[in-house]
Design a protein around this ligand. Structure first.
Ligand SMILES: [Zn+2]
Length: 397
């Protein structure tokens, strides 16, 4: 956050995201808020940042901060999701409350250092966050999981307590393979009643589809070997994913994490609900070596897609800019500007924070810079793909 009373920053480019990039632009900031922006020489005294683009703060729409102490992802790249979850559960059991708090603190610092100003974070409750979040706006979702009713009810009660009086907090029924339909519906009842957002991991792998549609496959085997299988839980009735989309549409706002394995008819159904955002985690997707993500098809249908890192248990770091760079380098089928929007504005819409993720009059002055010598917009994105993002700290005066 830029704290000084009033100042004007100019740069080779200003990229507001919600409007066209401005060549030779400036941004006027007062008391931590953007009050004006434009092109050309500012009328007031200004500080020229030179050959950089000024960008809004980044938005990481999905992570689990409690795993931020992982030095590297758990398991080898290409590991099956059910095996990976088994290894994550082992890691989590070995962890304790004070380790978790230290990991969360570490993760928040990493987010701040790499320019994330807003994060959607999944919490194992009870969970206490540090008083100082280093300027990162943290939207916390209490995770609920359990295939038997008593475990689901216990986690739901803990989630209810987590909601408290902080109106931005929400609930996260974990995933269709870990949380019974009964408990998912109870989560939805809770968020509807309390007008809260909801997050759920959905359609992460073809194995999940096989479990929900046929009641077979690696997840069924894993659940049996864990001793939590119950015959009445799987397969789900009807088309599981269409049914789930209708369920998520009940919440005031929903974030559908991954959605790697959705098909065209399901993407079309999703497009009818603009208050549902898909969160794509590119490097985590790459770690599991899934087939190409249908993000282009989703965008073409008008589905809002935001970017997330997921946790350090499946990603080498929490740097959201690296997710965008991964797409600029590997997904030439996506419009470069769409990638930037997914890394900023789409996430702030998903998390209910319209004063972040873009540069406009009234937005919070959480900004960053990327080095560029571009004279044309195309070259600007070439430089974004190559150069790091630096948050503008409190040292600017
Ligand atoms: Zn996740």
């Amino acid at each position: 956050m830029i704290k000084s009373h009033s100042q004007v920053l100019s740069a080779r480019w200003v990229v507001p995201v919600t409007s066209e990039p401005i060549h030779g632009g400036w941004v006027k900031v007062e008391n931590g808020c953007v009050v004006a922006l434009g092109a050309g020489t500012p009328s007031a005294p200004y500080r020229d940042l030179g050959d950089v683009a000024i960008l809004p703060g980044l938005v990481n729409a999905h992570t689990h901060l409690e795993f931020s102490d992982c030095q590297e992802p758990i398991g080898d790249s290409g590991i099956s999701l059910s095996k990976w979850i088994g290894q994550v559960v082992t890691t989590r059991v070995a962890s304790n409350e004070s380790n978790r708090r230290a990991a969360i603190d570490c993760g928040i610092r990493e987010l701040a250092q790499t320019g994330t100003c807003l994060v959607g974070e999944i919490a194992t409750t009870p969970c206490q966050y540090p008083a100082d979040t280093h300027g990162v706006d943290l939207i916390s979702f209490a995770e609920v999981l359990g295939l038997n009713s008593s475990r689901g009810s216990e986690r739901l009660a803990a989630a209810n307590a987590h909601l408290g009086f902080d109106g931005s907090r929400g609930v996260s029924p974990h995933a269709p393979y870990s949380t019974s339909l009964e408990t998912i519906d109870e989560c939805l009842d809770l968020v509807v009643k309390q007008s809260r957002p909801l997050v759920m991991h959905v359609a992460e792998s073809p194995d999940e589809r096989e479990l929900l549609e046929a009641g077979t496959g690696p997840f069924a085997e894993a659940l049996r070997s864990m001793g939590v299988w119950q015959d009445h839980l799987f397969p789900w009735p009807g088309n599981p994913f269409l049914g789930l989309i209708e369920r998520l549409a009940r919440a005031p706002r929903s974030l559908m994490i991954h959605a790697n394995d959705l098909r065209t008819s399901e993407i079309e159904a999703l497009a009818a609900h603009p208050h549902i955002t898909v969160v794509y985690c590119p490097r985590t997707h790459h770690f599991f070596q899934y087939d190409e993500h249908p993000v282009a098809e989703m965008l073409a249908h008008g589905v809002r897609v935001a970017l997330g890192t997921d946790s350090r248990a499946s990603n080498p770091d929490l740097n959201l800019w690296s997710e965008a760079q991964f797409l600029w380098r590997h997904r030439s089928d996506l419009q470069p500007a769409s990638v930037l929007e997914m890394a900023t504005w789409s996430g702030s819409q998903a998390l209910g924070r319209s004063n972040l993720g873009s540069i406009g009059s009234g937005s919070l002055a959480k900004l960053g810079t990327v080095r560029t010598t571009a004279s044309r917009v195309d070259d600007l994105y070439r430089d974004f793909a190559a150069n790091p993002y630096h948050p503008i700290g409190n040292n600017i005066s």
